[in-house]
Every structure is written in C-alpha cells, then in structure tokens.
Design a protein around this ligand. Structure first.
Ligand code: UD1
Ligand code: MG
Length: 455
C-alpha cells in the first residue's frame, strides 16, 4: 500500500463562531501546536504525498500557517460555505491530478492518529471506493449515523434528516473519509443539496457510491480520535486527552516523572534516555532534553535544548534559543534566552542571561544580569571559558569577558575584559571602627541589663 499515492484534503473553511475568538478555529493550539499542525502532521505521516488545504475567504492567516507547515501544500479558497462536499470540491484541481487515494480530514479534529488514517487507506487498497471512520460517542446527538448491513456501509444519515429509528443508531460518522482517487470526482459531483440544511453533504458520498455499484465500508475507531473542537471547553477537553497521550508516550520511552499529571508537554517535546522531570514543569514548543538531564520542579521551558546530564531548576525559565551544553546547571530564578551555555557552566541563582555565550566551566554568580537591550537594539555578551562573574554584576552589552577572567561582585561592566584579568567597578569601602556600637548607645540600646533596672 505504501506505493499508493495519496492526496490529503484538509477542510478548514469553517467560521468557528462558537470559539468566540478573533483567531480562526484551526489556529488555536493544543500541545503547543495549532489544530492545523496536528492534522497536517497526521496526514503527512499517513503517507499524504500531496496536501490540499481548503480555507475560508478571509483566512489568509490559515493559508500562511499551512504553507509554513507544509510548503508543498496547495491552498484552495471556498468562497461560500455550502457544506462539506462543496468544500472538498474547492480542491477540484488537486483531485484531478489523479492520486490513488484521497483522504478528507477535518481541520478541527486534531487527535486523529496517522494509524487511523492508514486504516482508511488500507480499506481502499482492499477495493472500497469510500471508507468512513465510525465511532460510538457517549452522546450521538448531532452526528451523522452510519446505516450498515453486515460489513457494508449503506448510507450516512445526518442527524437533522434522520428518522426516529435512525437516530437510535449509536455508530456515528467521524466525518473523515477516504475516497478512491479514480472515482472521487464522479461521486462528489453527484452529491446534491436536497436536505434539511440545503448543503452539499460529504456524507452523501456513501449512498451515491453504492448507487454507482461501488463498495463503501466503515472503520470503527475510538471516540478520542474523532473528537471535534467547536468550543473553548472542547479545546480544553481535547488538550487534556492529548496531554495524557503525550505523558504516556514519554513514560513509555523511559522518562521518569514522579507526578506526570502535573507535567505539561508539547507534541514536539523530545527526550533522551534517563531524563527525570519533577512535578509542575511546563514544556512549550520546541524543547529537546538530552540523556540523563534533570528538570526540577516549577520550571518553564520553550524553544530550548538541555544537554546531557544538565540540571535545570527548580523555578528556572528557558526561553527560545536557550542552548545548554552537557552538565550545565541552571538554578532557581534564572532566565536564559537566546544564549549558548557551554559544557559545565553554572548559573545557580537569580540571573538573566540573554543574547549571550557562556564558555565552558564559567560560573555566573547570583544576581548577574546581561544588559542586552539599550532601549533600541539588542546586543550580545560573550563570556569566555572558565570566567567567574561575581554576584550582582551587570554586564552591559555589547561586551566580552575573556577566558578565565574575573569580574568582582557588584560591578557594572561596560568595557571588554581581557583573558585572565580582573575587572572590578565599585566604590571604595569605608570602615569606621566602633561606629555601630556608638549608634546603639546613642539610642539607648545594647546596655547591659542589671537586676535593679529590670523591675
Ligand atoms: C460532519 C458530518 C457528520 C459527522 C460530523 C463529525 C457532514 C455533512 N456531516 O458534521 O456526519 O458526524 O461531521 O464531526 O459532513 N467545512 C468547510 N466548509 C463548509 C462546511 C464545513 O470547510 O462549507 C469544514 C469545517 O470547517 C469543519 C468540517 O468541514 O472542519 C466539518 O464541518 P461541520 O460543520 O463541523 O460538520 P458537522 O455538522 O459537524
Ligand atoms: Mg463539526
């Protein structure tokens, strides 16, 4: 089957009114990725050699996102919203290119797994002209019902058009469908709109295929795969299911999590071997964690790489471009952004390292700040290997601290520091002997208490 070519058509022209949002529905995110990204990834993994995305007339943002995710994707605009079959036909040009299989995928059904789509394609390779995903939702109201006879799928009846008896059927249409490439246009063009909504229903493809003497089948799958998102509540429910899947996959791959339910993952989070994650850690998109690293409690990571054996947190923040080498330590209340921290370097407490390189083995003291922004532009700080930055230092970028150099604590460093040099910038310390004692005496404090003075 792998040699069969496949066009995946993603329907994303819906308005998504019930999301009550200015953002198009398919650009909402779960697991750190847009709904569109989820379905495109599944489509590609299921062998979609060609991708078509059908968008609404005002959905340039959706088109752009689709192009960014799948540069080869062809974008089609459905000018009027006249039903799911009408939407598929907006991609007519792609359909006529003549792939073996056509997969129709809804943009708001992000949990559909590639394996499930592959099952649909397998039904085509066994000779079906139409294969439909069926499922048994807890509450079937609103879904199209699958009318079957033995192994044959006879028709799909939309909820609004169904009889009382048909509404009692629990096996429902997931909406996603596979069509044989050489029959698809004939079937789709034959679909009319004589129904309760006067829309062109993709679900009618089944009855029409049968009238043409072709075979239609249903493949049953779980409710989670078919979960569609129309509201923010459904977005949150779907996120919860995705998080469960991601945690289970991470545990399966050998990640140690003491409280997995409190760890939030992104679909693209990548872990090496023997990684440990403490409770309440959030992984935004684009994080990789190498072998043996530990992410301690309450840390937030996004667009970051954590090297082998490195230790992050508790309470650390790694922002995009944070690149930690092997055995690096990033401790509590340390923020790292767009910075390469080389092997063995340490920033254990209260620091901001942005737009910087920290050489191997360097030590960044508590309270160190790379002052990377002058109000107009960002500048870089370069800290050499083995350098020591004393606590509470401000490194005013652009600035270079040489290998093995030493910055005295409390310094504001504005000039480059040569290798192995000391830079110190702070007021001379004044010592006044006995000063504190005199102060206490003046305020009547610190006198020795006698028994008589006590009553
Ligand atoms: C559809 C199915 C129904 C199935 C249900 C599963 C049809 C006619 N009905 O109903 O049998 O049980 O999904 O969730 O197919 N879209 C467009 N353009 C349009 C209309 C829809 O792009 O003109 C897109 C939507 O953005 C969405 C998808 O098609 O991604 C499904 O449309 P929706 O209106 O949600 O269909 P349902 O009524 O849920
Ligand atoms: Mg729907």
């Amino acid at each position: 089957m792998s040699r069969r070519s496949c066009l995946a058509i993603v329907l994303a022209a819906g308005e998504g009114t019930r999301m009550r949002s200015a953002l198009p529905k398919v650009l909402h995110r779960i697991g750190g990725c847009t709904l569109l990204a989820h379905v495109l990834t599944s489509a590609l993994k299921a062998g979609g050699s060609e991708i078509a995305v059908v968008v609404g007339p005002d959905h340039d943002a959706v088109a752009q996102a689709a192009r960014a995710l799948a540069p080869r994707a062809k974008i089609f605009v459905q000018k009027e919203r006249r039903g799911t079959a009408h939407a598929v036909l907006a991609a007519r040009k792609a359909i006529t290119s003549g792939t073996d299989d056509i997969l129709v995928i809804f943009g708001d059904t992000p949990l559909v797994r590639p394996e499930t789509l592959t099952q649909l394609r397998a039904a085509l390779s066994r000779g079906a002209a139409v294969a439909v995903l069926g499922f048994r939702p807890t509450n079937p109201a609103g879904y199209g019902r699958l009318l079957t006879h033995d192994d044959d799928l006879l028709a799909i009846r939309e909820d609004r058009d169904a009889s009382e008896a048909e509404r009692k059927i629990r096996l429902c249409n997931g909406g996603l469908m596979a069509l044989a490439g050489d029959k698809a246009l004939a079937i789709l063009d034959a679909i009319g709109n004589a129904n309760a909504k006067s829309e062109y229903y993709l679900s009618d493809a089944v009855a029409i295929a049968r009238e043409m003497g072709l075979k239609a089948v249903a493949i049953e799958t779980g409710e989670d795969d078919m979960r569609g998102i129309n509201t923010k509540a459904q977005l949150a429910e779907t996120e919860a299911i995705l998080q469960k899947r991601l945690r289970a996959a991470a545990l399966d791959a050998g990640v140690t999590m003491v409280a997995p339910d409190t760890v939030f993952l992104s679909s693209d989070t990548k872990f090496g071997k023997d990684v440990t994650i403490e409770p309440n850690v959030v992984f935004g998109p684009g994080v990789t964690v190498a072998d043996g690293a530990t992410i301690r409690a309450f840390s937030h990571l996004e667009g970051a790489h954590v090297g082998k054996g490195a230790r992050v947190g508790p309470f650390a923040r790694l922002r995009p471009g944070a690149d930690l080498g092997a055995d690096v330590h990033i401790g509590n209340f340390v923020e790292v952004k767009e910075a390469k921290i080389e092997a063995g370097a340490k920033a254990n407490h209260l620091a901001y390292i942005g737009d910087a390189r920290v050489g191997s083995g360097a030590n960044i003291g508590a309270g160190t700040i790379t002052c990377n922004y002058d109000g107009i532009a960002k500048h870089r700080t370069d800290i050499g290997k083995g350098a020591f930055i004393g606590s509470n230092s401000a490194l005013v970028a652009p600035v270079k601290i040489g290998d093995g150099a030493y910055v005295g604590s409390g310094s504001v460093v504005t000039k480059n520091v040569p290798a192995d040099a000391l830079a110190i910038e702070r007021a001379e310390q004044t010592i006044k002997l006995g000063w504190a004692k005199r102060l206490r005496q003046l305020k009547g404090l610190g006198k020795k208490k006698t028994k008589s003075s006590k009553k």
